[in-house]
Write a protein that binds this ligand. Sequence first.
Ligand code: 5GP
Length: 206
Amino acid sequence: MRGNLYIVSAPSGSGKTTLLDQLISRFDDLIFSVSFTTRRPRGNERDGVEYYFVGRDEFRGMIDGGEFIEWAEVHGNFYGTSRAFVEENIEAGRNVILDIDVQGKKRVQEQVPDAVTVFVLPPSYAELERRLKERRLEDDETVRMRLAIAKTEIERYGDYDYIVVNDTIEESARVLESVIRAGAARPANQEARIGDIIASFGGVDC
Ligand code: 5GP
């Protein structure tokens, strides 16, 4: 049985990383796809955990080698999702979650049309600004740029299946958990079980 693919997008600084950590701890069969990026590590970020940090030449080589299911330039850096990681895990029946921007979401959906998509909205512009400044990981210019890009990104919210307003991590994790449990209830994800049940009734008369 194939696993499901979940795509989560959110403006930078909306608390998405903490939210996804919480979410993943609630499931045994949900794994996070660690992206490749040319951006420098921020704060306590570790290579292979939050991202695989690579140089631009290495990233270009990976593009040329067809190693990404999608890649995009975001905030002046490159970010990409490993095709092999996503495909192998989905095939092995695991649910995979991607934290990617609105451009990446579009490209993945072209290839995996049944991916479930979620947009995480900050409660307000002022709150996003406060959170970005509070984490003190970037200079003022970068914060301004991230806020400007957030404005354009949130306009795409209507293209997503679900919207989670991130008032508190606890409540948002609960909503996301429901989305994932609902995904598992889709008929396509229960074919084998349903088949057995139908067979126990002597099959279906069509
Ligand atoms: P940050 O630098 O704050 O970690 O991430 C910046 C933006 O890049 C976020 O919107 C995040 O979702 C997006 N992003 C992270 N990884 C990927 C990826 O592999 N592909 C795409 N398209 N966007 C990504």
